[in-house]
Design a protein around this ligand. Sequence first.
Ligand SMILES: [Zn+2]
Length: 99
Amino acid sequence: MTSWQEISFQVLRRDNCQCQSCGKRPAGQVHPFVPRSEGGSDELSNLITLCGRCHMLVSTVPDWIVARVWKITLSNIPLERQMVQGRIKRKVEQRSKSR
Ligand SMILES: [Zn+2]
């Protein structure tokens, strides 16, 4: 069985340690596109590299914490989240097409 550590290492290597949403490097957080709670797998195709900021925007962390940590205006958070989700979705779609 492959450990999560090995899997995330492979994901980071594939994505060149670059945030697949905003392009920031180095980025080191591995995010499942389809959440595990919704049946998402630990397959490489379901995993994407994100920076801390983009990752927190699409996580379940409450908005006010995200706003405070990343100094984002609270009212801008839904828009920023939508942008990150949209970019991740496009990346994952591109990837599945190129296969
Ligand atoms: Zn980012």
